[in-house]
Design a protein around this ligand. Structure first.
Ligand SMILES: Nc1ncnc2c1ncn2[C@@H]1O[C@H](COP(=O)(O)OP(=O)(O)OP(=O)(O)O)[C@@H](O)[C@H]1O
Length: 324
């Protein structure tokens, strides 16, 4: 890997789209390697715009971004930054195998003919093994589950050997096991000195594995260590609502008075949970059955809560929910 130290410096950035909408203004923060930072904020708060700006896909009208101390174009040329996109941004019908996608992470190391060398093949193999998809190498990406797709793009980022890894909503549509595997991998990468920036709506996971947080709503509202920044006051400021912590522990399900939030459906042996919030398009709440099926709802937060409750009925789990 390159000798440069991982860092992201965003200084006074403003982005205005062609339709005149200002998506970001006065955005400044600084992150160092060996960090996992959550980027959190409301829908439309500018997280993807910031990611695209860091990846050089959007040129800010104002301000500067430097990666590992270099201008973005130099950092990209040196493969210093990798991007794991949201699933929706990918054309999954494109006829390409898992191996081919992971090999794309090596393109930056090849000449224009893109003929892989032995080292490229070894890196691809190692990356696939690290995220446990080596057995899927020949599969078409259209044939993969949501969790497998995420792993493929993580493997591509690993094969790229970038110092900085950006992940857009890595936990959407993945089960609890995959979520844990992704968290463990990110933790290992952090300890290896990588800088990981994750956009997530899954607030409950933030204190678990992010040591830094940047909270944005068109501008940075708070940034710093998770301990000092991921506070009730800041969350309420960012999301403009009331934060509630809901404890799932058997029948003692929540610590507030709102009966709509969670209702126990089944008996003690087969715990099932109705859990809903106002951002979800699904009918209010979602059902957790014994087989882990969560119907009506694709929101990973709901699945996570439901699965956790199912797996450990008496285990206390805290899910953070913002009620508008
Ligand atoms: N190409 C575009 N042209 C015009 N406006 C855009 C464009 N892309 C995004 N926007 C607007 O910029 C704002 C920020 O969008 P962005 O996608 O960065 O938010 P986000 O925080 O990633 O949202 P979400 O959490 O919903 O993914 C939104 O108001 C959005 O409508």
């Amino acid at each position: 890997m390159n000798d440069l130290t991982a860092s992201i410096e965003v200084h006074d950035v403003a982005v205005r789209y062609n339709n005149g909408h200002t998506a970001l203004h006065d955005v400044s923060f600084h992150l160092q390697g060996g960090t996992t930072c959550a980027l959190v904020g409301v829908n439309g708060g500018g997280k993807s715009t910031l990611f695209k700006s860091i990846m050089g896909l959007i040129k800010p009208q104002q301000g500067q971004i430097r990666l590992c101390g270099l201008p973005i174009s130099h950092a990209l040329k040196q493969n210093l930054v990798a991007y794991v996109p949201q699933s929706e941004e990918v054309d999954w019908l494109f006829p390409v195998s898992v191996y081919d996608v992971v090999m794309m992470g090596r393109y930056g190391y090849m000449n224009f003919l893109r003929i892989p060398k032995q080292l490229d093949k070894e890196k691809v193999q190692a990356a696939m093994q690290r995220v446990d998809i080596a057995h899927l190498a020949d599969r078409q990406i259209s044939e993969l589950s949501g969790g497998q797709k995420k792993r493929v793009f993580l493997a591509r980022a690993l094969a790229q050997q970038s110092k900085i890894i950006l992940l857009d909503e890595p936990f959407t549509g993945v089960d609890v096991k995959t979520e844990k595997a992704i968290m463990d991998l990110l933790d290992a990468l952090r300890h290896e000195g990588h800088l990981i920036l994750i956009s997530t709506h899954n607030l409950g996971t933030v204190p678990e594995f992010c040591d830094q947080v940047v909270m944005i709503n068109r501008t940075v509202l708070a940034a710093g260590s998770t301990e000092s920044t991921f506070t009730q006051q800041n969350l309420e400021r960012v999301f403009g609502g009331v934060l509630r912590q809901i404890r799932l522990a058997g029948k003692d399900l929540h610590d507030d008075e709102d009966a709509r939030a969670i209702t126990i459906l089944a008996d003690d042996e087969i715990p099932a949970v109705f859990y809903g919030h106002k951002d979800c398009d699904a009918p209010f709440g979602c059902v957790c059955k014994q087989n882990g099926d969560v119907s009506h709802c694709q929101d990973s937060r709901h699945k996570r809560v439901a699965n956790q409750n199912m797996n450990a009925q008496r285990q206390k789990t805290i899910e953070i929910k913002v009620e508008k």
